[in-house]
Write a protein that binds this ligand. Structure first.
Ligand SMILES: [Zn+2]
Length: 262
């Protein structure tokens, strides 16, 4: 599942390809936008907000998309064949004279007035990779629910925007915190959040996500998606479970020795 750093890089690439250009083709293949055509409209910029993508147009509208589980935006030189998935998985096509941007498997495709973007991203907490990243505000929001587990609090995009299950697992390992530790018992919360921001920032310029400093396949993570395998520090077997609010359970990974239960 794409996390904040992947979305950030996607939007940087989309911005480089589309910003300042006029759309020569626009297809939004969702029922509510089937008749909307932005052909001839200029693209102002493409920016990320947490894990959301915002395409801002010169006509005062913003296209809002989200990857959720496996969505992606792919960029192709105009005239090249597209290779991001099956034709029926395409939800959006935005083309300029030079590039085709094709959105595959996007569960969210909607158009809002740019002045009203808050209606789609206003609920988000500080964006870990945003120009307005606010560490104090993120810590304040997390601390407001001291009985909640740190594992749930870090995934809640209303607290801080950009962390998914990969960075949650790796960050908690690096901090020696069990995912179910109550927020109120995390002594160095500010440091935890700061480290999380650093992990995303360190990975944002590349598609690979490494928290170990090693980019090689199978060596890039400490605990994420390594259940049953030995901890890289103490050789204890990594554990996993799903937990979280009902209906929003997400998988966590931890070393029972390096991250003792609360
Ligand atoms: Zn360990």
């Amino acid at each position: 599942m794409p996390e904040g750093d992947t979305v950030w890089l996607s939007c940087r690439r989309l911005n480089a390809a589309l910003a300042g250009h006029v759309l020569t083709r626009c297809e939004l293949r969702v029922p509510q936008l089937a008749t909307t055509d932005l052909t001839g409209v200029g693209v102002r910029e493409v920016v990320s907000r947490g894990k959301h993508q915002l395409f801002r147009f010169a006509n005062g509208y913003t296209l809002h998309t989200h990857f959720r589980m496996d969505g992606t935006w792919r960029i192709f030189r105009h005239g090249r064949s597209w290779s991001g998935g099956q034709e029926f998985q395409i939800r959006a096509v935005l083309a300029t004279a030079e590039h085709d941007a094709v959105g595959y498997r996007l569960p969210v495709v909607e158009l809002v007035r740019t002045a009203e973007e808050h209606t789609v991203v206003g609920h988000l907490g500080p964006d870990l990779l945003g120009p307005d990243w606010d560490l104090d505000e993120a810590v304040r929001r997390i601390e407001a629910q001291p009985d909640r587990t740190i594992g749930e609090a870090l995934l809640d995009q209303r607290n801080l925007a950009g962390i998914g299950t990969l960075y949650r697992a790796e960050l908690l390992f690096l901090q020696g915190l069990h995912p179910r530790t109550p927020v109120g018992r995390v002594a160095n919360l500010r440091r935890v959040v700061q480290r999380g921001q650093q992990l995303l920032a360190a990975n944002r310029w590349r598609w690979e996500q490494s928290t170990t400093g090693d980019l090689r396949q199978g060596r890039s993570h400490y605990v994420f998606e390594r259940p049953g395998q030995p901890c890289r520090r103490c050789r204890t077997r990594i554990l996993t479970e799903e937990f979280g609010p009902r209906g929003q359970e997400r998988r966590s990974y931890w070393c029972p020795h390096c991250q003792p239960a609360p």
